[in-house]
Design a protein around this ligand. Structure first.
Ligand SMILES: Nc1nc2c(ncn2[C@@H]2O[C@H](COP(=O)(O)OP(=O)(O)OP(=O)(O)O)[C@@H](O)[C@H]2O)c(=O)[nH]1
Ligand SMILES: [Mg+2]
Length: 308
């Protein structure tokens, strides 16, 4: 295994939280390797543990095949060595998800944020705003969740906390608010416009149409926008997360994901399933409710946290 530099202190604190969030998954996968022999029973137990961790049938099979090849190549004889090889296999599978969000190629960079109800869209936008402000980016928020007054207020609170401007309109049309925000972002020289949308299920077709409309109308305000279309996924959703990724990607052509609530009871394996079926970059992961609880995704760190 290649030597990696030790993580810096702030990042380590966050890693600990990710690890404790994924502890249950980690310990059930780790017990697979406590025996003394590499045999069919070990692989069967591992298969069960991976499936229990939301890895899904396809990604689990892929990992097992890849792992067996690695074990053969390395001529491994100890279960502990197999665990190390699994970490390698998982890291490689997750690697395509590791990609930074690039800001600065457009002025402003327009980022549209979508997802099911309660996934953590608005909270993630608040955290992302802070992250961007720390990198000296001027941010404008668009409250395109116009259905509920509470939703506008919630985004307003995040705007105040971050002291950034917000475009909002009582009971307005979400696409119109988004159009205004992109236009204002251009006029006011903002670096980033973040568009918050209302939660919806992919099965609510009229609401999915509304999202597509927001996307189209944003393009009318700026022919190159939206530059990023992000899906926020609750890490606790299990295999349904994969269905969400497929449906929102088909409707909106996603450019990135934010996976939230990995500090709780999430099992984490679903990222392997996503990597295998729709490898859309995971720009950030959420590990708590506070402003600073947003981190970039690192395949090796995540694989290690997942394996305990
Ligand atoms: N523990 C934890 N809680 C989170 C995280 N991200 C969001 N939450 C919580 O999840 C709940 C829903 O978050 P919101 O940001 O309102 O979700 P939303 O997707 O905007 O919801 P709607 O707009 O109603 O669809 C809130 O209680 C957040 O504090 C996270 O990373 N970890
Ligand atoms: Mg919201």
């Amino acid at each position: 295994m290649a030597a990696e530099p030790a993580p810096e202190p702030a990042r380590k604190g966050w890693l600990d939280r990710l690890k404790s969030g994924l502890r249950k998954t980690g310990s059930s996968i780790a017990t697979v390797f406590t025996g003394t022999r590499i045999d069919d029973a070990l692989y069967e137990e591992l298969e069960d543990a991976l499936l229990m961790a939301d890895t899904g049938v396809k990604a689990t099979q892929w990992l097992l095949t890849d792992l067996k090849r690695r074990v053969k190549e390395a001529k491994a004889t100890e279960p502990a060595a197999v665990k190390g090889l699994l970490a390698e296999a998982l890291t490689e599978l997750l690697r395509p998800l590791e990609k930074p969000l690039v800001i600065g190629e457009h002025q402003p960079t327009v980022i549209m944020v979508a997802g099911v109800n309660g996934a953590g869209k608005t909270t993630s936008i608040g955290k992302l705003t802070r992250h961007l402000a720390q990198h000296d980016q001027k941010v404008l928020l668009a409250a395109a969740d116009t259905f509920r007054a509470a939703a506008r207020e919630q985004l307003g609170v995040w705007a105040d906390r971050n002291t950034v401007e917000i475009v909002s309109q009582e009971g307005g049309d979400p696409a119109a608010v988004s159009f205004d925000a992109v236009t204002a972002g251009k006029a006011r020289g903002k670096d980033v416009v973040l568009v918050d949308t209302a939660g919806r299920l992919p099965t609510q077709l009229h609401l999915m149409e509304e999202l597509k409309k927001i996307r189209r109308v944003v393009t009318k305000a700026d022919a190159t926008a939206p530059h990023e279309v992000l899906l926020v996924i609750d890490g606790n959703t299990g295999q349904n997360a994969l269905a969400q990724v497929r449906a929102f990607d088909d409707a909106l052509q996603l450019t990135g994901l934010i996976v939230t609530k990995l500090d709780g009871t999430a099992k984490g394996g679903v990222l392997a399933a996503i990597a295998q079926e729709r490898p859309i970059p995971v720009y950030f992961i959420g590990v708590g409710e506070k402003l600073e609880d947003l981190e970039t995704f690192n395949a090796r760190e995540f694989a290690q946290a997942l394996l305990g």
